[in-house]
Design a protein around this ligand. Sequence first.
Ligand code: ATP
Ligand code: MG
Length: 257
Amino acid sequence: MKLAITGKGGVGKTTLTALLAQVYADAGRDVLAVDADPSPCLAGALGFPGELRARLHPIAEMDDLIYERTGAKKGQVGGFFTINPRVDDLPERFSVTHRGVRLLESGSVELGGSGCICPEAAILKTLFTHLLFRQDEVLLLDMYAGVEHLGRATVDFVDAMIVVVEPTRRSLGTAAQIKKLANDIGLTKLYLVGNKVRNDDEAAFLEAETPSLPVLGFLPADLKVQEADRLGIPVYDHVPSLKAAALKIADSLKADA
Ligand SMILES: Nc1ncnc2c1ncn2[C@@H]1O[C@H](COP(=O)(O)OP(=O)(O)OP(=O)(O)O)[C@@H](O)[C@H]1O
Ligand SMILES: [Mg+2]
């Protein structure tokens, strides 16, 4: 199963990605979590210790590696370079593992539409395609907020996309845009997850206003989420209400698979 987690800025993509990663790892699955945010914070959300976090760096920003593998400098548009560079060694070489979750920071590339190809996009696209062959692994991609970067190179390889929303029209508007862009590139399996939901009315609002995306479940608003962040403890360990909700979401996904 390969899932991308998307949504408007600050809705809880990283929180949900970390929760699901730990749910699957604790269920004995091989989990690869990929942080595609240029300012990565999934390692923190997963409670990776400092010495492991220090070994992480986004692949899209590794100028020397990009040059070594593609023959071109990062950011070059046009000219000749290898569009299918060697990447099979990258997941093991640049990831770190903690409590059963293997984590890789990919970084993100600017993709104007589906046609853009630059050396760092070539690396990421080839890398993600390579990850497709790791059949038994659960792959969770924590995406950069918004919609602009939603090009083929970054999402062509996922089976499904979870769009996280808050009980606000704005985040639902972003969800509708994401749905359209995803459909444009042929990805039709999308789900909605409501986060920071305070009561039944807010859950009902999301059910009523979903841009025709099936609702997988809701994560409650809980002040302990911020407390977990302050204390540097994963939400999975610190906030039972969110862990329980994440387990239910994983069940809903399984039921739909
Ligand atoms: N269920 C919740 N209850 C209370 N606070 C929450 C909840 N989920 C997330 N938050 C808080 O909302 C903020 C944003 O969460 P998170 O970083 O997961 O969102 P994001 O979508 O990944 O953000 P970004 O777009 O910056 O990557 C954090 O401060 C987090 O602690
Ligand atoms: Mg995030």
